[in-house]
Design a protein around this ligand. Structure first.
Ligand SMILES: Nc1nc2c(ncn2[C@@H]2O[C@H](COP(=O)(O)OP(=O)(O)OP(=O)(O)O)[C@@H](O)[C@H]2O)c(=O)[nH]1
Length: 647
């Protein structure tokens, strides 16, 4: 019952955790998740910091590039300014030659061109047109058309490609954004960058935002200290138009694709957007992380960087770090699980061990208290263990038993040799044997020996377990019962039933082998008087003593039976001569004739014996009994104390 409970508990514990084990795992899991969350958060912060640092660095790099580039453009314009100031009049060809020799497109990539916009004094338009048409042809005109007090005109713009050719004659001063920059250039006497505009060079396709950088050109030798003096000395503007997308792409050719770069003109509004490295991408697709304000030519650009969702400073590293954290977490949980499992196993093992210990104690008690003998043997049948019951049963010291073979103890091994028993055990078979065991005191016992194989942990037979039960009394009782069923209780002679069996058997044997046998019918003479004179108990004693004398007169192979009262029969199963039966009858008669002594008194008796021989006097039991009985009566009638045969 207890084992079943333990087994049930073990099965249950194999399916579910104990509450403590479950809490242990839950705590480990929570710790792992918490640690992963903290590390993830930390990694996130670190990642953001790295990202911001990366972007800040990139932003500074962009700003520096833009500043340096515009400084170069400024210097280029200053060069143009210096070239022009060295001449009294506008020299179209010289200017063009100068610009062509600059090779500025190679030296200053990203520049759409360098040109000169001439300032046309009021009333000088016609003279200007005449002068210009000499160089630029009759198609030259100042546009847009219309009456304006102040005019300018792009008179030269290199390279003179088709795009720049579209700008020739354009009055940039007529356009507010350009005019503002042109005014600012005059006011400052230095380079001035315009706001966002669309260049007249633009066609219908690939329209880009444009800006222009103006450097005022003043007449050489005229004072330009004050604004008014500068206006008075103004001859025009050396300028550069920029197509922003082309400019920025060229300027930032190493710009990483995961960073969105936007350039705004003074305000981060859509209408102020000069350049977007990811034009067309919705604003929500990126997150601005830095905005640098850059002063350029009297205006201000805002350079804003965005981290795209695909941008990760070191995504692989971050993922690797997170995977590492997860792995550590998993490792933690696995470790916790391992410890939990180990603990569960240890608990189960402890429970099982305790159960085994209790079970062992229980069985040890049972073995020690058992009345039966319990022993264990090795593979050679040598005793390795005996319980107190065994020691008691065999009546020998434990020290004399250990090491002896079990079958040495018995005198009759139940019909099987030691080798046969061991072979049977080796096949894993158990068997009961009824053996005669010789105790240390010489007494023999009938023992029921139950032998079962003793197996090791791998199921191999390593010996035997023997359970020895003393069945001597039971066997004796069985024998007594069997004796009582076949023998006369008072005298011990074979009873009538058993004698009939023996007679029948003798008949069969005689018929088969053809030999002769004899039947003697013995009746005590005047036995009634013994009872009457000495008492019934003396009569009993005489009957018993008479049986003993008759037993002593016949062979052990002969049989003596009591028919009842004072009548007895003797079977002589094999006789040779005619006188054999008469000789035995005479021995019996003579033995019974001798005086008996009971209770100090002499008792005398005699017997009358009838003889019948097979096959002469009868062919079957009944006939033979009748003839023997008849012969006995003949002896009675003949005077008793004699033997007769009826022929
Ligand atoms: N003590 C004792 N007497 C018995 C037992 N069985 C029978 N008897 C007696 O034995 C006597 C047998 O007597 P009978 O055989 O009839 O006669 P008898 O006295 O022997 O005389 P004869 O046989 O003619 O010689 C009877 O008195 C029975 O009561 C017995 O078991 N014990």
């Amino acid at each position: 019952m207890h084992d079943a409970e333990v087994q049930g508990a073990d099965t249950a514990s194999a399916r579910t955790w104990s509450p403590l084990g479950g809490v242990f795992i839950a705590v480990a899991l929570a710790c792992a998740i918490g640690a992963a969350a903290v590390v993830w958060r930390h990694l996130g912060q670190r990642h953001d910091e790295q990202l911001n640092a990366h972007l800040a660095s990139h932003s500074a790099e962009v700003v520096l590039t833009v500043r340096e580039r515009f400084q170069s453009y400024r210097m280029l314009l200053r060069g143009g300014q210096a070239f022009m100031r060295s001449r009294d009049d506008f020299d179209f060809l010289a200017w063009r030659t100068y610009l062509q020799r600059l090779s500025f497109q190679e030296e200053f990539p990203g520049v759409q061109g360098i040109g000169f916009a001439q300032w046309i004094q009021p009333g000088q338009l016609e003279a200007h047109l005449r002068a210009m048409r000499e160089f630029a042809g009759d198609d030259y005109r100042v546009w847009p058309e219309g009456q304006r007090a102040l005019l300018s005109s792009i008179v030269v713009l290199e390279p003179a490609d088709w795009r720049n050719a579209r700008a020739i004659g354009y009055d940039m001063y007529s356009e507010p954004i350009r005019r503002e920059a042109m005014d600012r250039a005059v006011q400052s006497g230095d380079a001035a960058l315009s706001g966002k505009t669309i260049l007249v060079q633009e066609t219908e396709s690939d329209v880009q935002a444009g800006v222009l950088l103006y450097m005022p050109l003043f007449a050489d030798g005229m004072p330009i200290a004050s604004e008014a003096e500068r206006w008075a000395a103004l001859r025009g503007w050396v300028y550069m138009p920029f197509r922003m997308t082309s400019l920025m792409r060229q300027m930032l050719d190493q710009h990483p694709g995961q960073i969105r770069l936007q350039v705004f003109d003074r305000a981060t509004a859509a209408e102020s957007l000069l350049y977007d490295s990811h034009a067309g991408m919705p604003e929500s697709a990126s997150r601005p992380v830095s905005a640098e304000h850059v002063s350029l030519g009297g205006t201000e650009w805002i350079i804003r960087l965005h981290a795209l969702s695909s941008f990760d400073a070191e995504p692989d590293i971050r993922q690797a770090e997170f995977v590492s954290v997860v792995l550590v977490g998993v490792l933690l949980v696995v470790t916790a699980l391992f410890f939990a499992v180990t603990r569960e196993r240890a608990t189960r093992l402890a429970r099982t061990t305790e159960s085994l210990r209790r079970s062992e104690a229980k069985y040890s008690t049972l073995v020690n208290l058992a009345h039966d003998g319990i022993a264990a043997t090795d593979a050679e049948f040598r005793l390795t263990f005996v319980n107190p019951g065994f020691i008691e049963l065999v009546g020998r010291e434990e020290s004399s038993l250990i090491g002896r073979t079990l079958d040495e103890l018995w005198v009759d091994g139940g019909g099987e040799s030691r080798e046969a028993m061991l072979a049977r055990l080796g096949e894993g078979k158990s068997r009961h044997y009824e053996v005669r065991l010789k105790r240390g005191d010489g007494r023999q016992l009938t023992v029921l020996a139950s032998l079962a194989p003793l197996k090791d942990g791998w199921g191999q037979t390593k010996g035997a377990i023997a359970l020895l039960s003393d069945i001597t009394e039971r066997k004796d009782a069985e024998r007594r019962i069997a004796h009582m069923a076949t023998h006369d209780i008072l005298t011990g002679a074979v009873n009538r039933l058993m004698f009939g069996e023996l007679l029948g058997y003798a008949l069969v044997q005689a018929r088969r082998s053809g030999h002769r046998f004899a039947l003697l019918f013995i009746d005590l003479d005047h036995f009634k008087r013994v009872n009457d004179d000495f008492g019934h108990h003396v009569g009993d004693m005489l009957l018993c003593e008479a049986v003993r004398r008759m037993q002593g007169s016949i062979r052990s192979s002969d049989a003596l039976g009591r028919r009842g009262g004072d009548e007895f029969v003797v079977l002589l199963p094999e006789i040779v001569g005619d006188t054999d039966a008469e000789i035995v009858a005479e021995k019996i008669r003579s033995a019974l004739e001798k005086p008996f002594m009971f209770e100090g008194r002499e008792v005398r008796i005699s017997s009358s014996i009838g003889i019948a021989l097979y096959p002469e006097d009868g062919k079957d039991e009944h006939e033979l009994m009748c003839r023997a009985d008849e012969a006995m009566y003949r002896a009675k009638l003949g005077g008793r104390n004699r033997a007769c045969r009826v022929r």
